[in-house]
Design a protein around this ligand. Structure first.
Ligand code: HEM
Length: 136
């Protein structure tokens, strides 16, 4: 059996690499459609700019699962989302991941349950790191 890292990397190549802007745009649409309170958080956001920032920040999330050492940029993003700034509740990171999976399902023609697991595993360290800022 292939490693989950390999399954993830192959899925990433199929789903995101051909047109990453289109992927992240759908992802943002799925995220704001998932919960009216999340839509409210992004009500005044320039979504095109948000997509560009998400493209960059996903690299930091993926790097984190390989190195387990946050880049300075990831630290900044986590602090910004954390308590006292944007104060994003921890439960929204689970919605974020479900929306990411939904988008992968839409964009990866080979999507299956193993691919879903690979995404959940590879995103988990970065999301745990982001969530750790919810309370400090
Ligand atoms: C791993 C997960 C996430 C990543 C990588 C991420 C990444 C980013 C980045 C790079 C920015 C822009 C920062 C800047 O302006 O310098 C941002 C802004 C923001 N994020 Fe996230 N985010 C994540 C999760 C979430 C979640 C779960 C929510 C809430 C549902 C959220 C809500 C917001 C909001 C409200 C902003 C500010 C938008 C604005 O400037 O109008 N983020 N995020």
């Amino acid at each position: 059996m292939k490693t989950y890292r390999k399954l993830f990397n192959n899925s990433f190549q199929r789903a995101i690499v051909p047109d990453h802007h289109k992927f992240y745009k759908h992802f943002c649409q799925n995220l704001v459609a998932a919960d009216p309170e999340i839509a409210e958080l992004f009500a005044k956001t320039d979504m095109e700019q948000q997509i560009d920032m998400l493209i960059q920040s996903m690299t930091h999330i993926m790097a984190f699962s390989a190195t387990l050492k946050p880049t300075d940029e990831l630290k900044k993003i986590a602090k910004l989302h954390g308590s006292g700034e944007l104060t994003i509740p921890a439960k929204y990171y689970d919605v974020w991941l479900d929306c990411m999976i939904k988008t992968v399902e839409e964009f990866d023609p080979k999507f299956d349950e193993h691919i879903e697991i690979s995404w959940r595993i590879l995103m988990a360290p970065g999301l745990a790191y982001m969530k750790s800022f919810c309370n400090h």
